[in-house]
Ligand binder design. Structure first.
Ligand code: BES
Ligand code: ZN
Ligand code: ZN
Length: 518
């Protein structure tokens, strides 16, 4: 029996202890995972076994006695007669066995079903205080194992920084019986830990309220991350610098707040490159969006702590891409500002000249995301992007069109568009291609300026068409509108409430795919 404990490496990944500042945002809870080739000699007391089933069949095999197999069969057979409670704890072969439904929810892919099954299994194990859960995965494919580990990690996440009493999660050790896959699964588990650390970072940043996470504080977090991530560098521009260099879209939005706007450009250059591409991720980073003078209605305002989801996702993804040492040049531009009301706030009707030289009339101060992003896209061009992905909680129209389960995206490049969909699918993140409909482009024209920041009734398309005006020439570009998917106000999949971390994994997967495609 070979026991490979990967706990040691995982501790190394949890570097929060070595970081003096911002510990609550950079905090990542470690998960205990032992990957072994065959079942250990029941070293743990109160151990439970997990049996994943789909309809009436067990998904992964467990070595059972003849009597045990018969018991399992009769349990599964019994499901035909009536509802069978998911996560039921039964005694099979004298062992506690949790039956986990791996096809419970509607509309999910097989991999996402596994994530959900693992997530619910972990929740039950923590609640029942089961110290060790053993899962037989010797006949699981790599991506199935990956999905299960993601699900276990999601269950470990808790945002309790603002609770006066913090209860630690009950620590469960998951024992994975991996057969011949021990080495491969160990590598996958390490990668998942890096990805989940990034997801946690994005979620912590997004869930932190605007009083504690304003542009300068975001910058401090990003600086700390750059300092502790080998190969990652950071350039910070404050308002004075932005003004000097002509990033007036960004300045126009940020100048109304007592909290100064910043643009940060993170750069990851790998030692070895397998791709000539330079992927630049541009994130909308409104640490709060009051709507400015065209004020938002009170009901939709508290959620605007999440209006920096694009920037948080970009920062988290580049941290993981650099940690995984993916062989592709990747940068991240975070456009950080607060859309506030003050005596310096932009007034409706004001006109500014953006970094790329186009003039814009601010028709509605609540359409601020596209203004900061216009300069973020220009910055992506200045640093030599061949491919740009911008992501933003950009429009309420996208929330109404696709809801919280699907992100709409727009692209000027079919190859990049297809990659977005496929990479999303591999990460259980759904993307839907939307049209850059030229018929609506004229609605962006202004009487005095080149453009205005509102357009036709097709709100999400108008915003995308506006952004397209600022995409550097000959650059493949995709715009993700994550207004619906970034933050949920009720339980959705593995998020109880708040930030979902949507997009982090697809961005990492996209960088992986782009670096292996050539
Ligand atoms: N941040 C909002 C979009 C948003 C809405 C994000 C709901 C998350 C959930 C954005 O800045 C905004 O206010 N957009 C306006 C644009 C309009 C004034 C043209 C909108 O969509 O209503
Ligand atoms: Zn707005
Ligand atoms: Zn906004």
């Amino acid at each position: 029996m070979i026991i490979i404990a990967i706990i040691k490496q995982k501790k190394r990944l949890c570097t929060a202890k070595t970081r003096p500042e911002h510990t609550f945002i950079l905090n990542f809870r470690c998960m205990k995972l032992n990957i072994i080739s065959s079942e250990s000699a029941k070293a743990q007391e109160n151990k439970a076994y997990a049996l994943f089933f789909v309809k009436q069949s067990v998904q992964f095999s467990k070595v059972l006695t003849e009597a045990g197999s018969a018991q399992v069969e009769s349990v599964l057979e019994g499901m035909k007669d009536g509802p069978f409670e998911d996560l039921e704890l039964l005694e099979i072969d004298g062992d506690n066995t949790l039956f986990v439904d791996a096809a419970k929810e509607r509309g999910l892919s097989n991999l996402d079903h596994l994530r959900m099954a693992a997530y619910r299994l972990a929740g039950r194990a923590m609640k029942k205080q089961i110290p060790c859960v053993s899962i037989f995965l010797a006949d699981a494919a790599d991506e199935q194992f990956k999905a299960i580990v993601h699900g276990l990690h999601y269950a470990n996440y808790k945002f309790d920084a603002y609770k006066s009493k913090q209860k630690p999660n009950f620590q469960v050790t998951y024992e994975i019986i991996a057969g011949e896959h021990v080495a491969a699964f160990k590598k996958i588990a390490e990668e998942v830990a890096v990805e989940q650390k990034a997801v946690t970072l994005a979620k912590n940043l997004i869930n932190t309220c605007a009083a504690d996470l304003y542009p300068a504080e975001f910058v401090e977090n990003a600086k700390t991350i750059a300092k502790y991530t080998p190969g990652l560098s950071i350039k910070v521009r404050d308002m004075k610098q932005l003004e000097k260099e002509g990033f007036m879209g960004h300045v126009t939005v940020g100048k109304g707040s007592s909290r100064e706007p910043y643009m940060i450009t993170l750069d990851y250059k790998p030692a070895k490159r397998t791709s000539k591409d330079h992927l630049v991720i541009v994130g909308k980073g409104l640490t709060f969006d009051t709507g400015g003078l065209c004020l938002k209605p009170p009901k939709s305002m508290p959620e605007m702590i999440s209006d920096m989801s694009g920037a948080a996702t970009a920062l988290a993804a580049i941290q993981a891409i650099a940690t995984l040492k993916l062989p592709i040049h990747v940068s991240a531009v975070c456009c950080l500002a607060e859309n506030a009301i003050g005596n310096k706030s932009v007034l409706p009707g004001d006109i500014f000249k953006a970094k790329n030289g186009k003039t814009v009339m601010v028709d509605n101060t609540d359409a601020e995301g596209r203004l900061v992003l216009s300069d973020g896209l220009a910055e992506a061009g200045e640093i030599g992007a061949t491919h740009i992905v911008d992501l933003a909680t950009l429009t309420g129209a996208m929330v109404r069109a696709l809801g919280y389960a699907v992100a709409g995206f727009f692209s000027n490049d079919d190859d990049l568009g297809l990659k977005v969909i496929n990479c999303g699918e591999a990460c259980c993140e759904k993307f839907w291609s939307m049209p850059l409909e030229e018929e609506y482009a004229d609605a962006l024209k202004d009487k005095f300026a080149d453009l205005k920041n509102t357009g036709s009734d097709a709100g999400a398309i108008s915003a995308a068409l506006f952004l397209q005006e600022f995409v550097p020439e000959n650059t493949a570009w995709a715009h993700w509108d994550i207004a619906g998917t970034a933050f949920v106000d009720k339980k959705w999949k593995y998020t109880e409430y708040g930030a979902t971390g949507f997009g982090v994994q697809t961005l990492i997967e996209l960088a992986r795919e782009m670096s292996s495609a050539e």
